[in-house]
Structure formats: C-alpha cells, structure tokens
Design a protein around this ligand. Sequence first.
Ligand SMILES: [Zn+2]
Ligand SMILES: [Zn+2]
Length: 253
Amino acid sequence: MSDRVCGCGAELGPDWYVCRGCVGTFRGLLSDLGGLMDDVDAAIGKQLRFGGGGGRRGSDRPLPIDVLVVETAWTARQAVLKWVDWVAAVRGHPVPAAWSEVGTYLRESSGWLSRHPSGPEAIAAVVSAVRRVRRSTDAPPEHPYVGKCSSCGHEVHASATAVIAGCRYCGAEVDVPTLRDETLRRVRDHLVTAADAERLFDEMGIKLTADLVRKWRKRGDVAAVRMNVKGQPLFRIGDLLARHAATFRNEGA
Ligand SMILES: [Zn+2]
Ligand SMILES: [Zn+2]
C-alpha cells in the first residue's frame, strides 16, 4: 500500500502523512478541550457521588453508576495524555500542564504531526479518544443553536461571536456566520407571534424582545401578515430579521 494516501483515502502530496481534511477534523475536535474535560469531570463527579457511599459491597443491587462512561472518559484521557507527552518529547517542548493548554498545543502541533511518519497514528488516536469523550458527556449546549453540521447532521452550537466552530460529533470545521444565515434563511417565511419571535431569536443568540416587535408594528416598521386564532398578530421571521439587521446597522454606525 502506498504511504502517499491518507487513512481516509485522500491522496497526499510528498512530505505529507495526513490530509488537510483529517488535520481539520483533529483541530476542530480539540477546539475546546479544556471545557470538554471540565464536562467530563462534572459528569464523573456526579456519578461517583451517586454510586459511592461505600458499605454496599456484597449487595446484589446493580451498580447505579454508568461505569462505561467513567471508564470511557478515563481511557480516552490516557490516550490524549500519552500522545501529547510523545509530541512534546519528540519536539523538545515542555509537556503542557492544563487541559486547555494540551488542546492548544496539539492544535499548534497539527502541521508538524501531518508531516511526521507517526502523525497518522497520533492523529487517529486523539481523534477517536476525543470523540469518545464527547459522546460520554452529554452536557446540555451552553451556546445558541447555529444549525445542522453539513458533514454529520448533528446540531451545532456556538457563541454569538464565534466565526469558526468544531462540530462536537464529527469534528468538521463549521463557518458559524454562514451556517447561521442558512438556518435563518430556511425559516424566514414562517409566521410567529411577537412572543414566539423572542423565544426563537433568543435560541439563535439574537436579542429581540417581543416588546420591540410590538413597538416596530406600532411605528409601522413591520407589518403583521395576519392574525392567529387568538387574535394575536403574526409576523414573518424574514421581516423581523431584516428590521433587526437595520437597527443593528444603525446602532453600529
Ligand atoms: Zn485524510
Ligand atoms: Zn458534524
């Protein structure tokens, strides 16, 4: 087998051992390693407290904790630590001390790894380990919804100011503003009440209160398309978005 082919099947140029796509996946998955590891610790702490207490040995009560989650997270962390130790040793760097630094260091080492004969093994091991950890921690998303990942279809969440985000599940790099625009374009013809608009926009990380929508209507800045059965005015999402963008532009000027 030629070693000029990436593990994913993509062709490789001379001096390369891992393709750009696979390096992107690696980098994307490591984009918030510190936060991910905090989530793991929180999840494990909760489970250990729940399952702990001692004195229950010999009881035939099944273990209430999800041992699999704890074990998976532990194994995955060992794998990441093993490879960051190796990279730091070969490159002659100090081993990063905190998880956030481990993530940053490995991301910074991605170019070097992609040209090292052991790069494919290291990148595959870290990618698979971080994916396992991500699956084991099912923390509720803390950031607004952006849209569906074009590679794997999972929900992507990102902060309002993020430009690039890594998909939590497949590691694909997501262009946040573009995906958000696409998502909003898909829903622009839906009709919503002022209150529903506030909730929906809030979910997308856009500040727009129901009161403001009512104020716009009173001023004639947006028109209600029709009334619902309760007699509440319904607005087209696209109209609200356009009005919101105009306000934002004026404030920014
Ligand atoms: Zn590849
Ligand atoms: Zn994905």
